[in-house]
Design a protein around this ligand. Sequence first.
Ligand code: HEM
Ligand SMILES: [Ca+2]
Ligand SMILES: [Ca+2]
Length: 296
Amino acid sequence: QLSTNYYTSACPNIFSTVKPVVQSAILKEKRMGASVLRLFFHDCFVNGCDGSLLLDDTANFTGEKNATPNKNSARGFNVIDDIKTAVETACPGIVSCADILAIAAQDSVVILGGPSWNVKLGRRDALTASLSGANNNIPAPSMNLNDLTSKFSAQGLSTTDMVTLSGAHTIGFARCTSFRSHIYNDTNIDSSFAQSTQSNCPLTSGSGDDNLAPLDLQTQYIFDCNYYKNLINKKGLLHSDQELYNNGSTDSQVQTYSTNPVQFKSDFAAAMIKMGDISPLTGSQGEIRKNCRVVN
Ligand code: HEM
Ligand SMILES: [Ca+2]
Ligand SMILES: [Ca+2]
């Protein structure tokens, strides 16, 4: 239903309009590429890739931004606003916020050295959002391999897709509260890595909760296969990361990617297209939002 040439006649410059905005956001703050990529994931896992995540809470509307996985964590909404402004100038009323997320996620990956792919377009924007969906569908860092697998399976994604898409953690950061338990309580972790990470993430919950550590300790701004090397060295930052290489069925895929960046990147591109296909609104469903934060 989605297609790569959806805006070819209605907004021929869509890609060249979006990319410079993403580029300048990343130039201003290197982490932003990671943050934008994650927004696309968190949108697609709740009612599909429909821009639901972008809607602000109001007195009479409850969105997804205050769900546990997003609160004090999801970021980059201003970049999406800036892209929308640029796109509305170029092609008013044509391009959905859901599609902007899909394009910006790909641009972010490319700018940081990852693969490019042909982004499928034609999604329309939701009129609703789901707080409970965000709380229930988005995997948590405390989950084991089985629970992670079932969250992806619920979205029509395989365990293989999950291992591939988790490679997104080759860029970006996490807060202490997301990895505290792993670095203090788990045993499948390199002890010197645990120790050095503990220095900026106090044991006591409530202190230093928002302190950041890179998901990939060596190349947090480069989209490479180093995330998988870390897992093999027991240097996954999140409990959920290390679950992918913990004497289980996914070990072999991690091993393959750790030495084969070409295959990782090509699989990642394909898996992103698959994730982007999760129940889009099309045709006369939904709308083209004027402002990504509010329903028209
Ligand atoms: C496999 C299940 C996954 C779990 C449990 C998970 C969990 C997390 C957590 C806890 C954080 C840190 C949040 C914080 O502390 O504020 C994070 C960050 C991130 N996640 Fe995931 N994630 C998963 C899969 C994915 C996927 C599929 C993608 C994209 C394709 C993704 C992209 C990212 C990125 C890029 C960041 C860094 C964001 C930033 O620096 O702003 N994650 N993830
Ligand atoms: Ca959504
Ligand atoms: Ca990296």
